[in-house]
Structure formats: C-alpha cells, structure tokens
Design a protein around this ligand. Structure first.
Ligand code: GLU
Length: 502
C-alpha cells in the first residue's frame, strides 16, 4: 500500500481562510519534496467551498508565501493544468454528479432536518451528557416522506450513510494501520443545501479526479480519514496513500503552535528578515531528521535526502531560537555576498537610504562591499540597512562625547584626530596595510594608545562605536568622505572643548 507504480501526484490544498502559517508551510514543503524526488507533480488546489470563511486576500498571500519558499507548483492557480479548474468553487457540477451517484447507490441520503431541529438535538445531547452528533433522523425516510418535504419547498443536505457497525481501517504512511469504529462516526454532510460540497466530499472527489497518489496533510485531519475511506470505497476507487504530518507544538511543548504564537505566518517571517533558504531548512527539521547531526540542507539536498516515510509521527516543537540561529548561519556563511546584497537593496530603497541601485552601478558595488563587511554581524536581512547606512549616507549627528574614549581628554582625542586626518589626506585609504601601519606609528607620536587614536576615527567616520575593521571601513567609505567626516568631528570636538572650557 505504501508504494505505487503510478507516477506520483501530490497536492497541497489550503483553504483560503488566512495567511499561510508554519504548519501549512511544512506540509507544503514535505509534499513538494516528495513530488520532486519522485519526479512527480506538485499540485496546488484551493479549497474554497466554505463561503463563510472565505478570504480572498489570503489566496494571494498563500501563493506569495509558497513562491517565496520556492515551492513552485506544476498545476494550479495562475498556471492551470490538465486536472483544472484548481479552485473547488469552480467544480460544483462535478460534486453534484458524484453525490447523485452516491444517492442512487444508497451510500448517501437526503436530510431535511432544519437548523432549529439540529440545534435542539445538540442541546438535548449536551444536557444528557451524550456526545453531539446527528441522530440519523432522515436516514430511513420513505419516498413519500421525502416527497412531502420537497413539496414543502425544503432544500435538503446530503449525508453519508456510514455503516452502523464494524470498523473502517486504513494505512497511514507514518503511523501504520489505523482503525476507526464505525459506530463512533457521524453521517457527515456531503453536500449543503446551497449546492456547495463539504470538505469531505470535495476532497475525495478532487483527489480522485486529479489523480492524487499520496494524500499528505496535517494530523488534524486524521479524524476525517475514515469518512474519506468510506467514500473512496463507496465509489469503488483505489485508495491513495495517506500521510498525516505531526502536529507542531509551541516552543515550550505546551499545546499546539497557534497563530497567536508570534511570527508564525510565512509573510511575517519574510518581513522580519528571514531568508527563505533558512526557513525551508528549518521547517524540514520540524518532524524529520536525516541523521543525528546534519542540520544544513539546501533545497537540492532535501530533494535528494528527504524521506516521507521517515517523518516522525510524534509532535514536534517549533524552536524560534533554532530558526534564528539557522537564519544567521545562512547570512554569515552560506548565501554569497552578491546575492545577499541584492536582497538588502529593496530594503535600502524602502527605507530611503538610496533612490535606486542600478545594476552595474557604483552604488551597487558599494552596497556589495559594505554588505561583505557587515554580514558577519547580521542576523536578519532587515538589519542590513542600518548596518551599512554610513557607507551610503552621512551618519546622522551623534553625541560628541562618543569621540572621546574613556580615560581620554577631549583635547587628546582632538590631537589624535587632527594628526590622523593629515595622514589620510597624505596617503589615502586604498592601501589598508599602509594606513594601519602609519596610524599605529602615529599613536606613539601623538602620545596616545592605539585605541585612543582609533576610536575617535571610527566614530568620526561611522557615527557609531561599533563597525567592521577600521581600515576596511575607511577604504569602503573612501578618502574624500572619510576626510569630510573627520573634519566634521574635529569641528564638533573644537566646539565641545570650548563649551567644556566655559
Ligand atoms: N483544506 C484543508 C486545509 O486547509 C486541507 C485538507 C487536506 O489537505 O486534505 O487544511
């Protein structure tokens, strides 16, 4: 049952009721990996039959999230395909035909119970301490009784005729056989009175019509599995393989990760400065491991090494610290500088640090060099603009006191800065080693410790006390701008001395 000779066809089938969150994204990723490693098809189907919960914007946000992660679908919205349409709301005819078949073959029945009757029933069941559920009131209506209801103008729903006893068993690729007692199942609604199918009917009909070989989805759908199996069998179709992904828990393991647990939406992660590679890599590790030590996997590695059979059915915790570590690791060590810089560029533009960064321009070269210098300090892409701001623009005004290292007098800082300015005016900034050698020698000449000389230069040129190495910073900022900034610092210090002297 777990292997199939048919070409693999798998689907990700989100309901457009909100943004894509990490649980759904992990299911989509595992499904995609399975498709790619079996050279099968990855299908995106939008399950939009619940009109009450439908949220149009979420379709765009879900597709944008999948594209950002690199989970491109072979069939689905925007691109179509041989099994379309890929929106369930456009397939109503098909569900109706299938329901008619179930009715004709006595696997389903029309139910005329009013919402009021069902509400009363639930009330009674609650009071009596019985589990809620439909009491099969309409299961055995005679033809005459049905006709009478129709004559009253009541529009029925269609319910599945679940076997009253016995059991329904199926295989889950991760868990092995699962058996459900039929007596505990409900005669679920398949078609609503407005002609829309429920999830149970639509999912089975579509999985069949789309040739789905493996149904991969979250563990929360296990309780629906027996209803789906009953439907697959009623239609006389060969069942697909089922694989339910383990639930994702909060970082502390106490309860399911929910939308309220911070940045669990994919677009939020993107906007917080996570790299899609890091997110993909981390999500793959939530419930799956290759061995007990390998942690870094590119998408290609995952396609090669991932194994759906080895996904653990036990709940997996979501660890934000680990995701953060992974992100920093990708920024610091994996993504190359040009690529990283290209991703920082839109943020530079949106923050107004530059108007545009044309390809091949000096600004682009500057951004690449600057990102190269700061990337080891960067954890999130969003930190890029601040970390490289002084390479692109004048640093904003800063507290003059920063120019005066601890245990140093302002006049000493001023003396050092003036002397350093003259050195740079003379020898420039291109030859980092020469600048370093000259400035180190200069410290002794002006009677300062090396740190007492270097810190004011750093603050003058960057407007802050922490920066990459001083000499590479000077080179990338360039001679002219470094000198101008040192002049500004000298003027600040002269004013500062004057005030201090008053
Ligand atoms: N539409 C369901 C959801 O959004 C997916 C169920 C399935 O994959 O069968 O969770």
């Amino acid at each position: 049952m777990t292997t199939t000779t048919k070409p693999v066809r798998v689907r990700f089938a989100p309901s457009p009721t909100g943004d894509l969150h990490v649980g759904g994204a992990r299911t989509a990723l595992f499904t995609y990996l399975y498709a790619r490693q079996h050279e099968g098809a990855f299908i995106l189907r939008i399950e939009d039959t619940d009109q009450a919960r439908y949220d149009e914007a979420s379709i765009n946000s879900i597709t944008a999230s999948l594209r950002w992660l690199g989970l491109d679908w072979d069939e689905g919205p925007d691109i179509g395909g041989p099994s379309g349409p890929y929106f369930q709301s456009e397939r109503l005819e098909l569900y109706r035909e299938h329901v008619d078949r179930l009715l004709a073959e006595d696997y389903a029945y029309e139910c005329y119970c009013s919402p009021e009757r069902l509400a009363e029933l639930r009330d009674e069941q609650r009071k009596a301490g019985r589990p809620p559920g439909y009491d099969r009131h309409c299961r055995n209506l005679t033809d005459e009784e049905r006709q009478a209801k129709r004559d009253e103008g009541i529009k029925p729903v269609v319910r599945l005729k679940v076997p009253l006893d016995g059991a329904t068993s199926g295989l889950d690729l991760l868990r092995g056989p699962i058996t459900f007692e039929n007596a505990k199942l409900e005669d679920a609604v398949l078609l609503k009175s407005d002609g829309f199918p429920t999830y149970h009917l639509a999912v089975v009909v579509d999985d069949k019509e789309m040739g789905i070989t493996h149904v991969t989805r979250g563990e929360e759908w296990i309780p629906s599995m027996p209803l789906h199996l009953i439907l697959w069998d009623a239609f006389g179709w060969e069942r697909p393989v089922f694989a339910h992904m383990p639930v994702i828990l909060k970082p502390d393991g106490k309860g399911k990760l929910s939308k309220r647990d911070g940045a669990a939406s994919l677009l939020a992660l993107r906007d917080e400065g996570y790299l899609h590679e890091a997110v993909v890599n981390y999500l793959a590790m939530v419930g799956w491991a290759y061995d007990d030590h390998t942690e870094i996997f590119s998408m290609d590695d995952l396609i090669e090494k991932f194994s759906l059979e080895r996904v653990s059915p036990s709940p997996a915790r979501f660890n934000y610290d680990k995701l953060e570590w992974m992100n920093q690791h990708y920024i610091n060590h994996i993504v190359d500088v040009d690529d990283l810089a290209a991703r920082v560029v839109p943020l530079l533009v949106s923050e107004g640090l530059v108007d545009s960064v044309p390809e091949g321009s000096d600004t682009e070269k500057l951004v690449i060099e600057a990102v190269g210098l700061i990337k080891d300090k960067m954890k999130f892409l969003t930190e890029g603009p601040d970390l490289i701001s002084y390479f692109l623009a004048e640093p904003p005004d800063y507290d003059t006191a920063l120019l005066v290292p601890r245990k140093t007098e302002p006049d000493a800082a001023l003396r050092g800065l003036k002397a350093a300015r003259d050195v740079i005016a003379e020898i420039g900034v291109e030859d980092e080693e020469a600048v370093e050698a000259r400035l180190r020698a200069l410290a002794g000449e002006v009677d300062l410790k090396v740190g007492q000389l270097f810190m004011p230069i750093r603050v003058a040129v960057t407007g802050r006390t922490a920066s990459p190495g001083l000499f590479e910073t000077l080179r990338v900022v360039n001679k002219e701008r470094s000198l101008a900034r040192m002049d500004r610092a000298i003027a600040k210090l002269e004013g500062y001395e004057a005030v201090a002297a008053d």
